[in-house]
Each structure stands twice: as C-alpha cells, then as structure tokens.
Design a protein around this ligand. Structure first.
Ligand SMILES: NC(=O)C1=CN([C@@H]2O[C@H](COP(=O)(O)OP(=O)(O)OC[C@H]3O[C@@H](n4cnc5c(N)ncnc54)[C@H](O)[C@@H]3O)[C@@H](O)[C@H]2O)C=CC1
Ligand SMILES: O=C(O)C(=O)COP(=O)(O)O
Length: 597
C-alpha cells in the first residue's frame, strides 16, 4: 500500500528560464510536481506529493506472455505501457526499478542516465541484446538479463519455414493466386534434398536448424569460430571456414548475433565469393547483412532468392527495395512469435527480474558473471567479509594519498579452478570505492568503476594444505604506495594491510598491519596502539562510558607483555571528536583511529 507525503523543495536557480531538477530517491516517487515563484525568497518553491511504495515497479514496454506478467505482479507493481516513444520511455524510467523489453525498444545510454540510478535491471524477453546499450548499463551498475533458451525452437522452426517457403515460392504464389492469377510455370521451385546448407553461427538456433535440415535430406556444413567441433560432429555437421561455407553452399542460413564484428559481414565482397544462384535465409539480425549490397546481388542474380525475418531498420521503410524485391520473401520479425515461445520467454525473463530485484544474481545475466546458487550460498559470508575489509583498508589511507594498487590474497586449500573470486573481488572494490565516492558499486560495474578510477586490483592465492571444505581460510587486502592515518596498519613491506576470516558465519578482523587482533566486523571500530600496561582497557572504557558510547567488545593483541599492543574496540555509536581526543591524550596511547564498517 503506497503512502502519500507532501514535501516542499526550495530550488535554485532564481531565473525561470534556467532548468531545475528534482531528484527523489527510490523507493519514493514524486507525482503532481508544481513550481511557484517565491518573490520574497527570490527562489522557486517546488511542491511535490511524494509516494512511498515498498514494492518495486517493473515497466513492461512490450507485449509479454500472461504467465510472466502474473509472476511479476505477485512481487511488484507492473506498468504495462506498450508503444512508448523514446522520450516517453526516458521520462517514465526514473520511476522504475526494472524494465522489460523485446526487440522493438532501444534501451539507449540516455535511458540509463535518465533513470537517475533507480533502474536496477533490464530484462530482454528474448535472446538478442543488440538493442540494449550494454556498456551504459554496466557503467550505471544496471544488470541486464535475457531469456536465452525459450525461443530457440521457435526461431529454428521459422528459419526452416522460410527456407522451404522460399524454395517453393509459397508467399509469391499465394499473393498471385489471391490477385486472381493462376501462374503454375512462373513459380517452379527448387528442391532441398541433396543441396548444401551452410549454417552461419552454430549456437542454439543454428544447431536446431542444422538438425532439421538434415531431416530434409540436406548436406549441412556450419561456420562458427567459437563452436566446439565435437558438438557439430555429434549431429553430423562439419565446421568449416567462412570462405568455404559461403563458396560451397546452395543455401545459407544466418544465426549469429549482431555485434561490431558481425555487422555487415555479408557485403559486396562476400556475395561475390558465393555460388551463383545461392539462396539466403536471415532469422538473426538485419544488420549482419549490408542490405544495399544484397539488393545488388539479387539484381545481378548472384543471390537467387532471400527470405528475411529481420531488417536493419524495423519496421523497414515502406519503399525498401529489398522488401519489395520480387525474389525476396519477408516476415515482420516473427522468429520468436509462437504462443509457446512467448509464454516460455515471459516466464524465463520474469523469474530473472524478480530474482535480480531480490538481490540474487541471475543465471541469465548478460553483463555480470553468472554464479550458481551453490557458489553464492557458500560464498555469502565471505562477501560480507570482503566488502568490510575493503571498507576498512581504504579508511586507513591518509588523506592525499591516491589509492591505485591493491593486492588481494586468498588463502585456501582449494585449487584455483575450484574457487571463483569474481564476486569477492567486486565486493572488495565496493568496499574500497564507496566510502570515498558517490558511486554505487555492484557486481555489474565493479571492474568498470575500478578501471575508471585507475585502481588496479591484483589477486593472489596462498594454497594451503588440508581439507578444501571451507572455501577460504583468510583474505588479505593490501594497499601499496600510500601513507596511513594509523601507522600500525602498515606491514613490514610498507603496505596498508588488513586480514580477516569467517568465524561461525561472521566476518572477523584478524590482522592489522603485523598485529594479530580478533574482532567481529560489525558497527564501527576504534583501533588504538598503546604501550601494553595494566589499566588501559578500564581507562578507555570509562572515557567511552562517560561520553555515552556503548562498547560491544574489546580485544587486545600485543607483540609481547609490556611492549606495544593494539586495542580494538567495537562501538555502537560514533564517538565525538572530544572522546577520541581524550583517548589519544592518555599517556600510554600512541595512535588511534575511528573506522566505520
Ligand atoms: N528472428 C527472431 O525472432 C530471433 C532471432 N534470434 C537471433 O538469433 C541469434 C542467435 O540466437 P541463439 O542461437 O539463441 O544464440 P547463441 O548465442 O546460442 O548462438 C550464436 C552463435 O553465433 C556464433 N557466432 C558469434 N560470432 C560469429 C561469427 N562472427 N561468425 C559465425 N558465428 C558466430 C556464436 O559462437 C554462437 O555459437 C540471436 O543473437 C538473435 O539475434 C534469436 C531468436 C529469435
Ligand atoms: O529473441 C530474439 O533475439 C528475437 O529476435 C526475438 O525478438 P522479439 O522478442 O520477438 O522482438
């Protein structure tokens, strides 16, 4: 149930012509925003009614199957707004936590920018994500998920439908007879049996097309630089080079994604290498073909026929020479459009969106590492530990020293292949960057943000003997080439060093510099180096008590009795500057630092 509040905002500038922006943090939503000039204050007053709704909002921008919608509605407010133009999408997006699209919506950088940080996940209800600006999504920490499996068969069946319809002139003959003609000799077709089909892109759709084409008696070859040869061999398909595929095929069927590398890969040059009279099917993306070159190849007879489901511009211009060409059969991007596929895709994407909004990592993430549920649950306590170590380490850096080089060491009895540290590295990055900047870091944008700040994070392993049951024994974070606000945190080799472990499921700080400590990493910490002598715990404790700061634990680690010791004090409240000064002024205290975890 949403609750309404009325807030007034004073905003500069003072001139009506200058623009102003009202930034409402999620999960608040501003409605009825009005602006009035307050002449006395020489300011504008903005009146806004603000709603607080604990449920996230999902914008469904293109038609989605009912089962998926039902799943979304059980968890979120669902706004089905189809046919939004780009400006309308950009306006709405700041009110949405998730967005679901198909191929008809361009999710541009502007969409992410105008979301104001609220958009957490974009779901592509289908496979191809060429309509989503992935770099912009990653930079904004927005997860992108797709539905990679549910429409494979539909797309493969459509490819075969176009192949057979093209070979037998079904569409042209149908149009002819409906216009009152009976043209039997004009529409003599070609047979498929015994002909060579080159499947370009031997992924999920390509391999299903190959399987079906073999059933039609075709000789199938495939080109895919990344596909394993044994998978092709298993269904009786030979993987060949690009040149061999296009120069020997009677039919060519396209199934690669649109990427900068595949854009216009079928062009004048490649058409010139093809067998005269080749026939082409495209159920992948229009952009993999140079469409003007295809028209030229059709006009010259190099390409006898083409059957196209996809176009560079969708819908294509009404006067498109390609679409109107008599040797071209077209469908309006129907590859995934079967009842079954759309229900499957809707459920697949809705599950991923709900999971992502709950903070889980999606198995279908496109711009973040995919981690299995088992790995995630096993690493969960180390995720907290990692973030807190990063947070602690960066707060130990003295102002003015730029953090550029961080080394993370994981001590584990597991071999490198059995320990996926990407999530932990991201959380250390989050801990390192968030306290010193305004950016929000997650698994999606951690590496990007680190790189952008010139922060180099290297990872090392210490391989321990013993049972690999516990994934990690301890994690060390070291920051090189900086000064510290707490010189005790410097290791013998001159880096700020903190080390922690998971004990009983909780993050513990176990080393600061070369001092062993043992404190649970909760709330805030005071680290204090002193001469080890009786009465210190009592003196520090009473100062904090007098200042009304609740101490939740204290631990003392020392080199040797009566030498130096490091006292670690966990506190519930932030001590005042005065309290910290009183502790610092105790004769035995050498240095002190307050850190927020
Ligand atoms: N018309 C429609 O409605 C539909 C179209 N599609 C399109 O089909 C494409 C393929 O879908 P899936 O098979 O599910 O994806 P997939 O990811 O399973 O397969 C794509 C394959 O293309 C290969 N590839 C990448 N670069 C290549 C290159 N330069 N040359 C040859 N092969 C290359 C990859 O190695 C991969 O094996 C999608 O990216 C999408 O654009 C998919 C579903 C429906
Ligand atoms: O899944 C894909 O890549 C498709 O091309 C399907 O597009 P659509 O969801 O039907 O707009």
């Amino acid at each position: 149930m949403a609750t309404a509040y009325s807030w007034n905002f004073m905003v500069t500038p003072t001139k009506p012509s200058l623009s102003w922006k009202l930034s409402i943090p999620s999960p608040f939503t501003a409605v009825n925003v009005t602006r009035r000039q307050n002449r006395t204050a020489r300011r504008f007053v903005v009146f806004a009614t603000v709603f607080h709704d604990p449920k996230p909002t999902v914008l469904v921008a293109e038609r989605l199957g009912e089962a998926g919608l039902a799943l979304l509605k059980s968890f979120a407010n669902v706004d089905c707004s189809y046919n939004l133009n780009h400006e309308e999408l950009c306006t709405k997006i700041s009110l949405c936590d998730a967005l679901i699209v198909r191929s008809g919506t361009k999710v541009t950088r502007e969409v992410f920018e105008r979301s104001g940080g609220r958009l957490k996940v974009v779901g592509r209800a289908g496979v191809g994500i060429d309509n989503v600006d992935l770099s912009a999504a990653t930079e904004h920490g927005c997860l992108v998920v797709n539905a990679p499996t549910a429409n494979t068969i539909a797309a493969a069946e459509h490819g075969i439908a176009l192949l057979t319809a093209m070979a037998r002139n079904i569409a042209q003959a149908d149009a002819s007879i409906k216009s009152g003609k009976w043209q039997r000799s004009k529409y003599v077709g070609v047979s498929l049996v015994g002909k060579t089909l080159a499947v370009m892109g031997f992924g999920k759709v390509g391999s299903e097309v190959a399987r079906r084409a073999k059933g039609l008696g075709m000789h199938v070859i495939a080109h895919d630089p990344y596909a394993p040869a044994d998978r092709a061999r298993a269904i009786g398909v030979e993987l060949v080079t690009f040149e061999e595929a296009i120069s020997t095929a009677d039919f060519i069927s396209l199934h690669m994604p649109l990427t900068p590398a595949t854009s216009k890969m079928f062009n004048d040059e490649s058409f010139s290498q093809m067998k005269k009279g080749v026939r082409i099917v495209n159920v992948a993306r229009g952009g993999v073909i140079d469409e003007e070159a295809l028209v030229r190849a059709l006009d010259s007879g190099t390409v006898a026929q083409a059957a196209l489901d996809v176009f560079t511009e969708e819908p294509p211009p009404k006067d498109s020479k390609l679409v109107l060409h008599e040797n071209v059969t077209v469908t309006p991007h129907l590859g995934a459009s079967t009842t079954e596929a759309q229900e499957g895709v809707a459920i697949e994407v809705a599950e991923a969106i709900v999971g992502a909004l709950k903070g889980q990592l999606a198995a279908t993430a496109v711009n973040a590492p995919m981690l299995s549920a088992e790995i995630l649950s096993e690493l969960a306590p180390f995720v907290t530990l990692s973030e807190k170590l990063g947070r602690l380490a960066v707060q130990l850096v003295a102002g003015g020293s730029g953090v550029q080089s961080v080394k993370v060491t994981y001590a584990s009895a597991r071999g490198p292949d059995d320990l996926d540290t990407r999530l932990l590295r991201a959380m250390i990055t989050k801990g390192l960057i968030e306290p010193i900047s305004s950016v929000f870091i997650n698994l999606v944008n951690a590496d990007f943000c680190a790189k952008q700040r010139g922060l180099r994070i290297t990872e090392e392993r210490i391989l321990l003997d013993g049972s690999p049951e516990n994934p990690i024994e301890f994690i060390q974070v070291q920051i090189a080439n900086v000064e510290s606000r707490f010189s005790t945190a410097m290791s013998d080799s001159g880096e700020i060093k903190v080390e922690g472990r998971v004990k009983d499921g909780n993050a513990h700080l176990t080393k600061v510099g070369s001092f062993a400590v043992d404190v649970s990493m909760e709330g805030s910490l005071i680290l204090c180096r002193q001469v080890d002598q009786p009465g210190m715990v009592g003196s520090v404790g009473s100062i904090l008590g007098e200042e009304n700061v609740n101490v939740n634990f204290m631990s003392v680690g020392r080199i040797a009795p009566r030498k130096q010791a490091v006292m670690t004090i966990g506190v519930d409240e932030e001590p005042s500057k005065e309290a910290l000064k009183r502790i610092r002024d105790l004769p035995a205290v050498e240095e002190i630092v307050f850190l927020k975890l």
